[in-house]
Structures are given as structure tokens and as C-alpha cells.
Design a protein around this ligand. Structure first.
Ligand SMILES: Cc1cc2nc3c(=O)[nH]c(=O)nc-3n(C[C@H](O)[C@H](O)[C@H](O)COP(=O)(O)O)c2cc1C
Length: 341
């Protein structure tokens, strides 16, 4: 089950997908603690990298598991310049670690991205897609990987073709999200397209889409013959999904963490976000993670509503803790919320 990307080997083939607005450094660290072997940053505009946009570059802070920096862009020379930056000493210093790879985003369905010819629009232009990959490969000393969709729409499921183009242009691996651009994130993922893509190339093909349980994970492997698994939404609020999949693979039983443990995980991630992003941005971006961790607990709806109104981190933590761990009692907050300033 091992997957090789450049010099890195993911022995269990378990990858965290890029999710803009979610898979920041704090969340990637949490997922790594549960067995995610490799992660990808949120998507980063190649143009903004070239312009040294500070906010954009802050998305490339690395640490935790080996992590690829994901770029989007459709101009070969701009993508090449951004890829060169991330393999330079200056880029490595900015990231705080050497990226594991450059991942190219050929899957983003958003109108403002595809209307620039970027993201999933590249699925419609294999020639340009190949030139973008080749330019990044030439400009960078890092492995280059590509994330694609099944195709643009139901009539054009050309993932195998784009994967062949990527391989011929020097890519080291391809991830296939088994939906078309027209589907965005709804409807069924078409695992047959992943199987066709895996059969079309020699580089590793990673399967992605709707893996939310060990059963989904084994179905993805069984039905597609993919080399590894890329998990996104299934890990949000449930990062232990990686451990659950590993346990199932080994025939071991798995019990989800009790509420008190979930409270520790949640509040440690929140504290990490505050450290990394400062209080204002940290609070605003933590809300959706807190909300996901609260899912299913009695009192979650009221706590979510309150968290959305609060801006003081301690008050937010005080709201979340009794819902996740009612038995923790008063005065327990400090041991759950290690702000560590
Ligand atoms: C909120 C959100 C943000 C996403 N951001 C990115 C991104 O920045 N780059 C990318 O390649 N895919 C992105 N995706 C797509 C995911 O990586 C993944 O392909 C998709 O969610 C299907 O996998 P899943 O069912 O495991 O979530 C995003 C998806 C969602 C829902």
C-alpha cells in the first residue's frame, strides 16, 4: 500500500486533501497525529506568489507531516516562477520547511477560477495543461504532482487523458477527485473514472471523493486499484478517521475518542490556530472547525450560535468545553485550552 512521491514514501498511502479554508497548518498537524502521512496546503495563486502577496504566502507555512504546496494558475511561466520560488532557499525559509512537492490544481470548479482558465478549466485544454506541468517540472527541483477531476462534465470525462499528459510532462503522481466540474461537490463520485486513470498511467494515482469510513476506504481501493487515498471533508471534525481506517486495515477494533479527548483535540487545534494566525483571524477561521467537532453532541446548535457571536477566545473555549466534555467541570478550562502565550 506504499506510495512513493519523490524521495517520500507514504507507507499506508493515507493523504489529507487540500481544502481551502480548512487544511491550514494547525489542522494538518492534527490529522498527522492520527495517521495522515502527507498533506497539501490550501490552494495558492501562482500569480500572487510571484507578486509576493503576504496573505497568500502565509498559506504556505509548513510543519507537521510532509506537505506539498498547491498552486493554481494557467500561465506556464507564472506557475514555473512560483514553483521555482518554493524550491529556492528563500521559499523554504518562508515555508519553515522544504515542501514535499508542488501540487498543481486542475480541479477547482469555482467560477472566478475557471473563468480565468485556471483550476478545472485546464481539464478542457490538455495541451495547456501539459505545458503548465512541464514548466513547473523544469523550474523546480521538487516533485510535481497534479490534482484533477473526472472531467469537465458528464460528456467529457477525460481524467485518463489528462493523467497521461501530466505523466508525459514529468508529473510524479496524480490525484483524481471522481466528480466532474459540473458536479462541483454534489452527486455521486464515479469510481470507474479513477480505475480507468489508474490503468492509463504508471505514476501513482490517488483516489479521492467521499471517503468517510473504513468501508468507503476499502471500496475505493477495491474498485479503482488506486495507489493511495486522499481524504478531505471526512476528516473535518473527525480527524481520527485516519486511525479508524488504519485500525480496520489491521483487523483491530476502533473506538472513537470520548468527548473529553475530543475537547482536548478541538481546543489544542484552536490554540494552535490562534498562535499561527493571531486572535482575530484565528477566531474567525476556527469557527467552522469548532462547529464540525460539536456535531452530534447535545447542545451543539446553541453552542455554535454562541460561538459565532463571540470573539474572545477564552469565552469561545468556555462555550465549547461543557458541550464536548460535560463531566470536565468548572475550572478545567486551563488544562484543555493550552494557549501557551
Ligand atoms: C471547502 C472545500 C475547499 C476545497 N479546496 C480545495 C483546494 O484548495 N484545492 C484542491 O485541489 N481541492 C480543494 N477541494 C476539493 C477537495 O480536495 C476534494 O477533492 C473534494 O472535497 C472531494 O474529496 P472529499 O469527499 O474527501 O472531501 C476543496 C473542497 C471543499 C469542500
Amino acid at each position: 500500500m506504499s506510495v512513493q512521491i519523490g524521495s517520500f514514501e507514504a507507507r499506508e498511502g493515507l493523504f489529507l486533501a487540500p481544502l481551502a479554508g480548512y487544511t491550514d497548518l494547525a489542522f494538518r498537524r492534527v490529522c498527522a497525529s492520527f495517521g495522515a502521512e502527507y498533506a497539501v496546503t490550501e490552494m495558492i495563486s501562482a500569480k500572487a506568489v510571484v507578486m509576493k502577496n503576504k496573505k497568500t504566502l502565509s498559506l504556505a507555512r509548513l510543519g507537521g507531516p510532509p506537505t506539498a504546496v498547491q498552486l493554481f494558475g494557467a500561465e506556464p511561466e507564472t506557475v514555473a516562477a512560483a514553483a521555482a520560488f518554493f524550491s529556492s532557499e528563500e521559499g523554504e525559509a518562508l515555508c519553515g520547511a522544504r515542501p514535499a512537492a508542488i501540487d498543481l490544481n486542475f480541479g477547482c470548479p469555482m467560477k472566478k477560477i475557471v473563468s480565468n482558465g485556471e483550476g478545472a478549466a485546464l481539464m478542457r485544454d490538455p495541451g495547456l495543461a501539459g505545458r503548465v506541468v512541464a514548466a513547473a517540472v523544469r523550474a523546480s527541483t521538487l516533485p510535481v504532482t497534479v490534482k484533477i477531476r473526472a472531467g469537465w462534465d458528464g460528456e467529457h470525462k477525460n481524467a485518463p487523458e489528462i493523467a497521461r499528459v501530466a505523466e508525459a510532462s514529468g508529473a510524479s503522481a496524480v490525484t483524481v477527485h471522481a466528480r466532474t466540474r459540473e458536479q462541483f461537490y454534489t452527486g455521486e463520485a464515479d469510481l470507474a473514472v479513477i480505475a480507468e486513470t489508474a490503468a492509463a498511467v504508471r505514476i501513482p494515482v490517488l483516489g479521492n471523493g467521499d471517503i468517510r469510513s473504513p468501508e468507503d476506504a476499502s471500496r475505493m481501493l477495491r474498485e479503482t486499484g488506486c495507489a493511495g487515498l486522499v481524504i478531505g471533508r471526512g476528516a473535518v471534525g473527525r480527524p481520527w478517521l485516519f486511525s479508524e481506517i488504519l485500525a480496520a486495515r489491521r483487523g483491530e477494533s476502533f473506538a472513537p475518542p470520548p468527548g473529553e479527548e475530543i475537547a482536548r483535540i478541538t481546543l489544542a487545534q484552536f490554540a494552535d490556530m490562534l498562535r499561527e494566525k493571531g486572535e482575530r483571524v484565528g477566531v474567525s477561521e476556527a469557527r467552522k472547525h469548532l462547529s464540525a467537532y460539536l456535531a452530534g453532541f447535545p447542545g451543539a446548535a446553541a453552542a455554535r450560535a454562541r460561538v459565532n457571536l463571540l470573539s474572545d477566545p477564552a469565552a469561545i473555549a468556555e462555550t465549547v468545553l461543557p458541550v464536548l466534555a460535560p463531566e470536565a467541570g468548572e475550572g478545567a478550562l486551563a488544562s484543555f485550552f493550552p494557549r501557551g502565550e
